[in-house]
Design a protein around this ligand. Structure first.
Ligand SMILES: Cc1cc2nc3c(=O)[nH]c(=O)nc-3n(C[C@H](O)[C@H](O)[C@H](O)COP(=O)(O)OP(=O)(O)OC[C@H]3O[C@@H](n4cnc5c(N)ncnc54)[C@H](O)[C@@H]3O)c2cc1C
Length: 408
């Protein structure tokens, strides 16, 4: 940790001891401050594939990393409506910042919804709020790709002490995080699908880099591969099995937050296309340029994208505390299809924006460039591959009835 980061943490800790008063009406202002910081470094973050330090430091200063933690544990108790709005706003400024925020908030949601009542997890919630800790995610393992519901590495137990050694092929901002939420096989004699979730902090694990992150887009997420070695207490395992956490929280929240971040990227590209078309029309005495139809198409797919996210968000919020509804086939299909649809629509929107701008959009320089947005958004369909998701839900889709009315 740099001297600057250490002093930032101290300032945050001081502010906390001065009794922090949550104020939800401040969310837009606090998010705008982070987005402004993110926008200033977005190009450099992409160019150098470096972590968006300024944006995340600002998120810490604005206390957004702990915003979802309930007020009783020192946070603001932000809802999923608030969090997804934040992901969208950050996506408009810097894709990597938005995705880091989205992944962090997904881990926080697991902590909030499945950690209550557990001494260790409640203490961690307090720490996240007071120290503004950044949590990363480790689900990908070895050559297993996006098959999250299967783990190879198992939790080894020696009395109350446990350990885990994991070939974590991708951990976004692993080197910068203060903690990791990871899946693992419950025990060395358990089946690969019998998984637990653990929340571990930097003082009880080491990471040895095994793979770099030299990618087309989302370069600032710094999603390198590591050998993860952890030693700690069995208290760090979430009390509920991962199968429940996966269905009720991890998948819905990840898909809602990721989709909102992608929608933000798409919106940023549409905004650039709008500026381009306006400028071209002004230059031609009010005559619309030939690319205008692509701009209209971009706005149309952005509207669809927002609609699909908000409709799933409404369903999720309506059943947030209803375990049965969240685990139902219909809801699971809806959240899985959200990821597939949102990622495809986001790519389509940015492509249309690019075509609306023509060469000005294709260039990497200039005010109308959408190259970075396109490279970043192309990560969406492969971040848990859409093919894998569609194949996994094929049977469930076959079992659910075709809706008889529009609002079924
Ligand atoms: C920006 C970004 C950040 C990420 N951050 C993290 C992180 O922080 N932590 C983490 O653990 N992981 C992270 N991941 C990894 C992610 O969770 C998935 O593991 C990864 O995207 C899967 O990649 P894959 O293509 O290698 O694997 P696979 O999902 O195995 O896909 C490989 C190929 O197989 C095909 N395929 C796979 N299954 C099927 C099927 N059933 N039917 C048909 N075709 C199939 C796919 O179409 C694809 O072509 C991140 C990924 C991205 C893009």
């Amino acid at each position: 940790m740099s001297v600057q980061q250490a002093s930032l943490r101290e300032t945050i800790a001081d502010q906390t001891s001065e009794q922090f008063i949550p104020d939800r009406s401040s969310f837009p202002r606090r998010t705008a401050a982070v987005a402004a910081a993110a926008a200033t470094e977005a190009e450099e973050v992409d160019l150098n594939a470096r972590f968006p330090q300024k944006a995340i430091d600002t998120a810490r200063q604005q206390r957004l990393l702990g915003v979802q933690i309930p007020q009783q544990f020192g946070g603001d108790g932000a809802s999923m409506f608030d969090i997804t709005d934040m992901c969208y706003a950050l996506g408009r400024a810097c894709s990597s910042t938005a995705m880091i925020f989205a992944m962090h908030q997904t881990k926080i949601a697991c902590l909030v919804r499945h950690g209550a009542g557990s001494r260790y997890h409640e203490a961690l919630m307090r720490r996240v709020a007071s120290e503004q800790m950044l949590l990363a995610s480790s689900t990908t393992e070895g050559q297993n790709g996006g098959n999250i519901r299967f783990s190879t590495a198992a939790v080894e137990r020696a009395d109350a002490e446990i350990s885990l050694v994991r070939n974590a092929t991708v951990i976004s901002y692993g080197a910068q995080a203060d903690g990791i939420v990871t899946v693992a096989r419950r025990a060395s004699d358990a089946a690969g699908s019998d998984q637990v979730l653990l929340a571990i902090t930097k003082d009880d694990y080491t990471l040895e880099k095994s793979l770099g992150w030299e990618t087309l887009g989302m370069r600032g997420t710094c999603s390198a591969g590591f050998e993860l070695k952890f030693k700690g207490s069995s208290e760090q395992i979430f009390p509920e099995g991962y199968d429940k956490i996966h269905a009720q929280t991890m998948t819905p929240v990840a898909h809602l937050c990721w989709s909102s971040a992608w929608a933000g990227i798409a919106a940023a590209a549409v905004e650039r296309a709008q500026l381009f078309i306006r400028k071209a029309a002004r230059g031609a005495g009010g005559q619309m340029p030939p690319g205008a139809a692509h701009f209209t198409a971009a706005k149309m797919t952005l509207a669809k994208l927002r609609a699909v996210i908000t409709s799933t968000l409404d369903t999720y919020a309506a059943h947030e505390h209803d375990e049965r509804a969240l685990s139902s086939l219909d809801f699971q299909s809806q959240v899985n299809l959200l990821k597939v649809e949102a990622s495809e629509l986001a790519v389509e929107t940015v492509m249309s924006a690019m075509r609306a701008c023509g060469l000005s959009g294709y260039r990497n320089d200039g005010d109308f460039s959408v190259g970075r947005h396109l490279r970043d958004v192309l990560s969406a369909p492969i971040m848990i591959n859409n093919d894998r998701i569609l194949a996994n839900i094929a049977t469930a889709s076959l079992m659910s009835a075709v809706p008889a009315t529009l609002r079924d």
